[in-house]
Design a protein around this ligand. Structure first.
Ligand SMILES: [Zn+2]
Length: 385
């Protein structure tokens, strides 16, 4: 949607629009369960949801009804449950709460369907596409009144269509979990480095964030109604992973995220043969002074000089804003207010005054040294990461 939202999770007006009666969540689960027996072990618990259960050593692909269309047909989300033979934590991996944010879908699909889980301790709850109406329309929001599914958690029965959908997802597939990772991308027209957003005041969230193996962690509990905040408050410590741009599969970012998931599953004892991965350097941003969204002070056409993941010096020109005539007097140079890392950046090169240009985070000296060392030894790698 519009470029006014500088960060993916920033709040959006929640006008109280009553839901239509026809969009009530179906009470029937529509769960067409395909169960694959893989030998059970009584030591582990079955995973149970409203409509079925998946025994230890089994996995199931479920299409789960969360609402109904204008035609009265079910709106069903894909869910894959993989219940390991051995006991362990129940972990959810979710994506596409914003319907056009695709990178996470591929991460969740590959974990669910390409990885070998024969040795899994615990259960994986894989939710590759939560916002099915938005996904079908390739839009960020639920097309029904443009509501934001990721401001509607934990949801509520008898409330708006978005909250009813959120409620079906939350009660069946989020609350039964011990921890979770929710995948997002930047909003359309912008891109960001792979980074974690996490409430670092929560001990398990901190452990989860550290395990994910990202270079950048941005602290904070997140806006009300986001899956990660509401799940964490409900006792399911959850992080958000932001990666790249909407409407794309970005293989390199997907691979980095898969490394993060493997590292998390190692940290919490789900996959005992893999190990926790350290990303080489890390910056944790826990206060507003260390990060800023630079905004345009003029409308015009943007010539971006640096890219996602670039290290910029204080005073360095990040971009220029010009008019269609490229008149010298009207060229506006946008300089870095402090030395830092470009975590998020504009891709669609046009702005109104006030539109965000780039998300800059400050770096401590030792972090910068580690970053430069990594990049110095890997000259062949692009600055895009
Ligand atoms: Zn998002």
């Amino acid at each position: 949607m519009g470029g006014e939202t500088p960060v993916d999770e920033s709040s959006q007006d929640e006008t109280a629009t009553p839901s239509t009666g026809s969009s009530a969540a179906s009470e029937t689960s529509d769960a067409s369960t395909e169960t694959t027996a893989a030998g059970g072990d009584a030591a582990a618990e079955p995973f149970t949801y409203d409509g079925g259960s998946v025994a230890p050593g089994e996995s199931a692909n479920i299409r789960y009804g969360i609402s109904e269309t204008y035609l009265g047909d079910p709106v069903r989300i894909p869910v894959t449950i993989i219940n390991g033979e051995q006991p362990g934590p129940t972990v959810f991996l979710s994506a596409a709460a914003h319907g056009d944010e695709l990178n996470g879908i591929e991460v969740v699909r590959e974990v669910a369907h390409d990885w070998d889980h024969a040795d899994l301790h615990g259960t994986l709850v894989c939710l590759p596409v939560m916002n099915v109406p938005g996904f079908l329309a390739q839009e960020r929001y639920l097309p029904i009144y443009d509501r934001d599914l990721n401001r509607s958690f934990p949801g509520r029965q008898g409330s708006t269509s978005a909250r009813r959908m959120a409620h079906r997802i939350f009660t069946n597939f989020i609350e039964p979990c011990d921890l979770g990772v929710d995948f997002h991308t930047s909003t359309r027209g912008r891109t960001n480095m792979l980074h974690v957003r996490a409430n670092m005041d929560d001990e398990t969230v901190l452990r989860l964030a550290n395990a994910f193996s990202s270079n950048v962690i941005i602290g904070g509990e997140g806006p009300s109604g986001t899956l990660r905040r509401e799940a964490t408050e409900a006792g399911v410590p959850t992080i958000t992973v932001e990666m790249g741009e909407a409407h794309r599969f970005q293989r390199r970012l997907i691979d980095r995220a898969l490394t993060g998931v493997a590292s998390v599953l190692a940290e919490f004892g789900c996959h005992r043969n893999s190990s926790v991965h350290w990303p080489g350097w890390r910056v944790v941003i826990d206060s507003d002074d260390e990060k800023t969204w630079l905004r345009a002070d003029a409308g015009g056409i943007v010539d971006m000089k640096r890219g996602r993941g670039a290290l910029v010096e204080e005073g360095e020109i990040i971009c220029t804003i010009t008019n269609p005539f490229k008149e010298e007097d009207d060229i506006l140079n946008v300089e870095a207010p402090f030395t830092g890392l470009i975590v998020g950046i504009l891709e669609n090169p046009v702005v109104y005054p006030g539109n965000p240009l780039c998300h800059l985070v400050g770096l401590k000296h030792e972090t910068r040294v580690a970053l430069e060392r990594e990049r110095g030894t890997e000259r062949s790698r692009s600055e895009l990461r």
